[in-house]
Design a protein around this ligand. Structure first.
Ligand code: SF4
Length: 367
């Protein structure tokens, strides 16, 4: 019964089934005296839209449903706020059981609906240009809290004519590889056919560069890897991203070079351009040298406003020039436009403050 206790809700003696992978569900039903296939059946029901209690699971025996009602729950996010950006991005703020807030962002594009998912409340990594980083680390999300973001937005999108979710990216609040076990369990639920049935190639995990966990992720999953690089030398990167003091650039890039992934897959490097800090021609040349021989694509982003005057957008001309240098040396480079800036939903802007502001406005407590 030990494994099941790990999936139990903190305040409840009942097991939250949304914390459990298929394997764990099988063990759970076996502990209730049921055959293994009931666990697989249960997984399919748990993730069907509109299923909120066990009485709806019509192909399970009545007695088993009664046992489930006694011993298990299926958590979900009912309490959330939604804000739509002029550019189509939609921000969701979810209130957790302990009163903490997390955010997810739906980014619709012509051929896809991508959800940017959070993995922690706050973040310990302290990247200078990121608002989540200024919160510090509060806690890891449970597997259920990661999965429930996807279920809530999937259901919202279906009832608001936004179509199905097609892609998931772990680029919301937190460093996903610092919440490794729950990340792995959530990926298992996302990719299980009876679960949420996403293909591995439509899931991307983004990291600031936790080298040991990157290696483990490559060994254990087939999802895409994105690395927040943001500088081409240790001096600048350590200034922007304290994690670089632990895993310097050479070690990080070597890990990427040998990263275990399927042929033809490429690592995505994220590079946020900061005026006067990492955006010179020399920086671009250094980046070319650094990534030589690494199967990769590079995403260039302009910094989003976080209130810190040290980090300024270098402007479109500089971004284009930077891209040109990289492209002329054979790299695949995209300029990624920020989405949802008017609702502070762009990368690095998620901090749960929006919900607090909204709630204050609603209750008339704002000054
Ligand atoms: Fe954490 Fe990512 Fe922000 Fe860095 S950029 S502080 S890893 S959330």
């Amino acid at each position: 019964m030990k494994k099941i206790i790990a999936g139990m809700h903190a305040q409840s003696p009942k097991t939250d089934l949304r914390n459990l992978t298929q394997k764990q569900l099988v063990r759970f039903v076996e502990s209730l005296g049921q055959p293994a296939f009931r666990g697989r059946q249960l997984l399919a029901w748990i993730y069907k839209p509109g299923i909120i209690d066990f009485s709806q699971m019509t192909d399970l025996a009545k007695e088993f449903r009664a046992i489930l009602a006694q011993s298990a729950t299926m958590s979900r996010f009912d309490d959330f706020q939604v804000e739509c950006s002029r550019d189509g991005a939609v921000k969701f703020a979810f209130l957790l059981e302990d009163g903490r807030l997390i955010e997810s962002v739906l980014i619709p594009e012509e051929d896809r609906n991508t959800l940017c998912v959070s993995s922690q409340v706050g973040c310990a990594m302290g990247c200078g240009f990121c608002l989540t980083g200024t919160m510090g680390f509060i806690r890891n999300l449970t597997t259920a809290e990661i999965v429930n973001q996807v279920c809530a937005v999937r259901d919202w999108a279906l009832t608001h004519d936004r179509g199905p979710l097609t892609n998931l990216v772990f680029m919301g609040m937190g460093e996903p590889l610092a919440n490794f076990d729950h990340l792995l369990d959530a990926i298992s639920i996302f990719t299980e056919q009876r679960g949420l049935d996403f293909s591995n190639r439509r899931i991307t995990v983004s990291t600031c560069g936790l080298v040991p966990q990157m290696k483990k992720l490559g060994d254990l999953t087939d999802v895409n890897l994105a690395v927040s690089l943001h500088a081409a030398n240790d001096a600048v990167r350590s200034r922007l991203m304290p994690i670089n003091n632990r895993y310097p650039i050479a070690e990080l890039v070597e890990t990427c070079r040998t990263y275990r992934q399927k042929r033809r897959k490429r690592i995505m490097f994220e590079y946020t351009l900061l005026d006067g800090i990492n955006d010179s021609d020399r920086d671009a040349e250094q980046l070319v040298d650094l990534l030589r021989g690494v199967p990769c694509k590079i995403n260039l982003l302009a910094v989003n406003p976080t209130g810190d005057p040290a980090y300024k957008n270098p402007g479109q001309d500089r971004i284009l020039r930077f891209q040109h240098i990289l492209r002329s040396r054979g790299h695949t480079v995209f300029i990624r436009q920020s989405r949802g800036e008017d609702i502070a939903a762009a990368c690095g802007q998620l901090a749960g403050k929006w919900w607090e502001k909204k709630t204050e406005e609603k209750t008339g407590q704002a000054d």
